[in-house]
Design a protein around this ligand. Structure first.
Ligand SMILES: Cc1cc2nc3c(=O)[nH]c(=O)nc-3n(C[C@H](O)[C@H](O)[C@H](O)COP(=O)(O)OP(=O)(O)OC[C@H]3O[C@@H](n4cnc5c(N)ncnc54)[C@H](O)[C@@H]3O)c2cc1C
Length: 325
């Protein structure tokens, strides 16, 4: 029987995440390689827009409106739909390596005995089974893993796969929710917007990152100003976070967020391996650093050897002048 690969989407604030389009692209590629079928799954209080968008990446999307999810965590309801699709024949389940993705697939593995491959950077077939490639030890080693079980659940790292729309959009099939979740759903009592994060780091097209070189919390005023001028989002190295200059939610890297913006601009960031694994897939990398030998020079498309306190304000002013702002 041709394999059925299920791509489980994440919907945040009613929006399909970019990672979901990456996961769907992966599922489509795996299905094409094995002569199988790729199916997308969107489960949300109001799934229509996200399901329509996901259909741009995968041939068949199942959309489930679950009103209860308006004020609960999503995993129990998503899990119920995934289990129904497993009963219908889905044998490879891929989801983003997010809190929700891990919750859903972790519980799925417990209920079904599927094998679990975590944090994939890439997945391909070998001898009829999915084989995951994943970087470990801060990017110093690459491991290939597979599972000997009949079914496999795989979480995929953000920005590892390039989202690629299908030549022909797929169809959306609406379904009534599966009967009640098998595990209780925690109720969300309050949602608190992350300060200064209109767009998440993962979704941002421009990320301006401040490192230890910004010198203190006030240095992030400059980072924020440059980000504001460029229409970008502020990120930080761990050194800046550990120093208490900016919240952990802004950290980019191995133990922070993985970003893949069109433009990464680093101000006073040296480019340690643990930072690079979180940003090295950015489309264009520009860095400002006083030290010409900083490791970031190895991967930057443009490496500006200069003082960030001279370049930063000049850059913000020039961008604003050109925008007529
Ligand atoms: C297990 C583990 C996990 C880690 N996870 C992460 C992670 O997720 N993210 C992360 O970022 N790090 C992580 N780290 C830490 C990482 O190894 C580095 O220590 C950290 O990235 C360094 O941050 P930095 O580049 O800001 O600081 P530094 O390495 O100190 O670099 C500061 C740079 O600023 C430049 N500079 C100084 N003043 C100026 C100026 N005025 N103008 C221009 N340039 C200037 C300097 O030349 C220097 O290159 C991790 C480490 C470990 C062990």
């Amino acid at each position: 029987m041709p394999p059925v690969i299920l791509a489980v989407a994440d919907v945040v604030d009613g929006q399909l995440t970019r990672l979901s389009t990456e996961v769907a692209t992966l599922a489509r590629g795996l299905a094409a390689e094995a002569g199988g079928v790729a199916v997308g799954l969107v489960v949300a209080a109001s799934p229509d827009a996200a399901a329509a968008e996901l259909a741009g990446y995968v041939g068949r999307v199942i959309s489930v409106a679950q009103p209860a999810m308006a004020d609960t965590v999503p995993a129990p309801f998503v899990l119920a739909e995934v289990r129904r699709l497993v009963d219908e024949g889905a044998g490879v389940i891929v989801a983003g390596a997010t809190t929700d993705g891990r919750d859903v697939l972790g519980a799925l593995v417990a209920f079904t005995g599927f094998g679990y491959l975590a944090n994939a950077d890439a997945v391909a077939w070998a001898d009829g089974a999915p084989v995951m490639t994943s970087t470990v030890l801060g990017g110093k080693a690459v491991v290939r893993s597979t599972s000997s079980t009949a079914g496999t659940a795989i979480t995929v790292r953000a920005a590892a796969i390039t989202a690629d729309a299908a030549a022909v959009p797929g169809t959306v099939e609406q379904r009534a929710p599966a009967t009640g979740p098998a595990v209780p759903a925690a109720v969300v009592r309050e949602r608190v917007a992350e300060a200064g994060a209109q767009v998440s780091l993962e979704e941002a097209r421009i990320v301006v990152v401040g490192g230890r070189g910004v010198g203190g919390p006030e240095g992030f005023d400059l980072v924020g100003d440059v980000a504001d001028a460029l229409g970008g989002v502020v990120g930080a190295s761990r050194a800046a976070v550990d120093a208490g200059w900016i919240p952990y939610a802004r950290q980019v890297g191995q133990t922070g967020r993985i970003v893949k913006p069109a433009l990464y601009l680093g101000l006073g960031v040296s480019g340690a391996m643990q930072h690079r694994v979180g940003m090295q897939r950015s489309e264009t990398i520009v860095c400002v650093n006083r030290d010409p030998d900083a490791p970031m020079a190895e991967i930057a498309d443009l490496f500006v050897v200069a003082d960030l306190f001279e370049v930063g304000p000049a850059l913000a002013a020039e961008v604003r002048a050109r925008k007529g702002a």
